[in-house]
Every structure is written in structure tokens, then in C-alpha cells.
Design a protein around this ligand. Structure first.
Ligand SMILES: [Mg+2]
Length: 218
């Protein structure tokens, strides 16, 4: 039984900064929204960007509303549907080059899932080319009304009916991916694309995942 409990069954991925680059989000937060605000307030784009940026920072990433485009649309008094914005930038979604080959390989032996902090609507354009690889997707915000914390990871492993040790979560946020998943008892990999941190379960490219899976499954 012990052996069974320790066998890795599920590989979980964060989405932004892990599977797809941040360009799509950045275009929405730092181009589209400030453009709309500039038009509404009749100010320059530069001034609007500074203002919008300050408002994002004031709220901060520990506040759920920070992730919610509907919140910002109404906060800035804009008249646009989020879907219109999502569609406009959909061609800009960029999947990291090592992602598809890795998923092709992993899908043979594991159930693949995604866990994102972002609302589900943000997931749709990004997952168009990727969704066929994933059996389940979880949005911390839409499904649990919370940030990606250790309780969310525990709830997900319960929902999937596996021990947390049977899940490996991979993500690029030190606190919300690496520490939170680890605290819930999962195996966790910190993807540090900036190449600044070093350690056993810290990688700089998703290509390094397979080696770690082999180590865990030994
Ligand atoms: Mg991320």
C-alpha cells in the first residue's frame, strides 16, 4: 500500500508564465485597459498607464479582485465586455516551445491537469491549443473564490480522489505555486525562468521536469 500511495499519478500545471507566456495578460492589463481609461478620462496613454498601474499595485495580488477583469472594468467605469477584449488578443497567446513535446510525453503515463489563479474566462483563449492534453482544469478564483493557497490544493487532491503525494504541481510563483502546493503535501516544482534561484526542485525550463519525475518515482 505504501508504494501505491507514493506513486505519482497526476501532473498539475500553472498556466500563466508556466505554459503560456505573460504577453497576453500584459497586453490586457498594461495596454488595453490603460488605452480604454485614457480614452474615457481624455488623458495621454502614458498618464493613464501610470494611474492604472498604481491602482493595480494599491490593490495587490493578495486581493482576489486583482485578478478579476470585471472588477477593473467597473472600477474604471469602462463600457466593454471582457469577451471582446479576450477575443481581440487571442492571436497573441504564446505557448512556450517546450510545452507541447513535454505534454505529449507525459500524457502517456499521467493524468494532466491545470490549476490557475485567474478566473476561468481568462483560461479559455489560452487553453484552445492545450485543452486536449488536460483532463481537468481548476480556477482558484472561479471554483473556490480564493487565491491559490494550500487549502485549495488540498481540496483539489480530495476532489481528484488521490493522496496529495500522488500529485506533482509545477508553477512559476514561489508562494502560490511552490510553497502552497508543498504545504498541502504535494510534490512541487518551482519554475524559475529568470534563472535566479537554485535548489533541488527548482528548474529553469520545463524540459527539466522529466528528470525530476524519474527521481520522485524511484
Ligand atoms: Mg504563473
Amino acid at each position: 500500500m505504501e508504494n501505491l500511495k507514493n506513486t505519482l499519478k497526476i501532473i498539475s500545471f500553472d498556466v500563466d508564465g508556466t505554459l503560456v507566456d505573460l504577453e497576453y495578460n500584459d497586453l490586457i492589463w498594461f495596454k488595453e485597459i490603460p488605452e480604454l481609461v485614457a480614452k474615457k478620462k481624455k488623458i495621454s496613454f502614458e498618464r493613464s498607464l501610470k494611474f492604472v498601474h498604481e491602482e493595480y499595485t494599491k490593490l495587490g495580488e493578495h486581493n482576489l479582485n486583482w485578478y478579476d477583469i470585471n472588477y477593473w472594468i467597473s472600477y474604471f467605469g469602462l463600457e466593454i465586455s471582457p469577451n471582446k477584449i479576450f477575443e481581440k488578443y487571442e492571436p497573441q497567446v504564446q505557448i512556450y516551445p517546450e510545452v507541447i513535446p513535454l505534454l505529449e510525453e507525459l500524457k502517456k503515463n499521467f493524468i494532466l491537469i491545470v490549476i490557475t489563479a485567474m478566473p476561468r474566462e481568462f483560461l479559455i483563449p489560452k487553453m484552445k491549443k492545450l485543452e486536449k492534453y488536460f483532463k481537468f482544469s481548476f480556477s482558484a478564483l472561479s471554483d473556490f473564490k480564493e487565491l491559490k493557497n494550500s487549502e485549495i490544493y488540498s481540496k483539489i487532491s480530495k476532489a481528484l480522489n488521490v493522496h496529495p503525494e500522488q500529485i506533482l504541481h509545477i508553477g512559476d510563483h514561489w508562494e502560490f505555486d511552490y510553497l502552497a502546493a508543498q504545504k498541502a503535501g504535494m510534490n512541487a516544482i518551482y519554475l524559475d525562468r529568470s534563472n535566479t534561484k537554485k535548489g533541488k526542485y527548482i528548474i529553469h525550463n520545463l524540459g527539466e521536469v522529466k528528470k525530476i519525475i524519474e527521481d520522485i518515482n524511484l
